[in-house]
Design a protein around this ligand. Structure first.
Ligand code: G3P
Ligand code: MG
Length: 249
């Protein structure tokens, strides 16, 4: 696979510089020169993929309730900005479709992490992939990579649109990473930097698989990982990296 993403990918849209998983974050990432972002997509109660990390809205909006118990209209009425900083008050939880449309306009590649609420693994994989597929047809230049910790979600993604690239997302690189990647026809492996060592990294890299690591906020640590052959890091602090690191792909 040709790795089509820069060495540094803004985590949860704009990283720590904006409220996570928001369009404001995407715009800030683009202003910093980022050519790719990662964000999390979960289903609302009425089956709409929206950008949010947690299964409840509490931490990011100060509201209450599970994401899978609130309809898309209710979710989009919440304030997803003020908790980060008053300057972002009124920022909404975007739909996946809105986020991908903005990625296309900004020329920013997207790693869409399929983040199912408990029990909705297959439905989330299908719905996220269906939106991704529609948006890729609408925007031929949109670079898009699906990933998930959930193998059921990856299997659903592979059934729904086999042509969209997928990455297996893990915390620690498991012994059977080859078999798991093969099972879901994944092109890349995404793993936690904190659980990675040089031997694991070399194993993946020498097999010719792009390896991307989360979450790396220190350019020195990123440099060590790049030295091990890691293709990219997800970072909350894309502002600390060089224009080359965030901008080339
Ligand atoms: O996709 C990489 C990373 O985002 C996975 O962890 O919890 O930040 O979604 P998390
Ligand atoms: Mg994520």
């Amino acid at each position: 696979m040709r790795w089509r993403y820069p060495r540094v990918i803004a985590h949860r849209c704009g990283g720590a510089l904006a409220p996570e998983n928001t369009l404001a974050g995407l715009r800030i990432a683009a202003r910093l020169g980022c050519r790719a972002v990662e964000f999390d997509a979960m289903l609302s109660a009425d089956g709409v993929p929206v950008l949010i990390h947690d299964e409840t809205v509490t931490r990011t909006t100060g509201g209450g309730g599970r994401v899978d118990s609130l309809g898309a209209a209710r979710l989009s009425a919440l304030d997803a900005g003020a908790r980060h900083h008053g300057a972002f008050a009124g920022e909404r939880i975007p739909s996946l479709e809105e986020a991908l449309a903005l990625c296309a306009v900004l020329g920013v590649g997207a790693n869409v992490e399929i983040k199912p609420s408990t029990g909705a693994e297959t439905a989330t994989g299908e719905a996220v992939t269906a939106v991704a597929s529609r948006m890729m047809r609408r925007h031929a230049d949109l670079a898009l990579l699906l990933s998930s910790f959930s193998e059921d979600a990856l299997a659903a993604a592979a059934r729904t649109a086999p042509g969209i690239e997928r990455a297996l997302l893990v915390s620690r690189v498991p012994e059977d990473w080859r078999e798991r990647m093969r099972r879901h026809d994944c092109v890349a492996l995404h793993a936690s930097a904190s659980a990675l060592d040089v031997a694991m990294a070399r194993d993946v890299v020498e097999a010719g698989r792009p390896l991307a690591c989360y979450t790396v906020n220190d350019p020195g640590s990123a440099g060590t990982l790049f030295g091990w052959g890691v293709a990219a890091v997800f970072s909350d602090r894309p502002d600390l990296f060089s224009p080359d690191d965030v901008g080339n792909r």
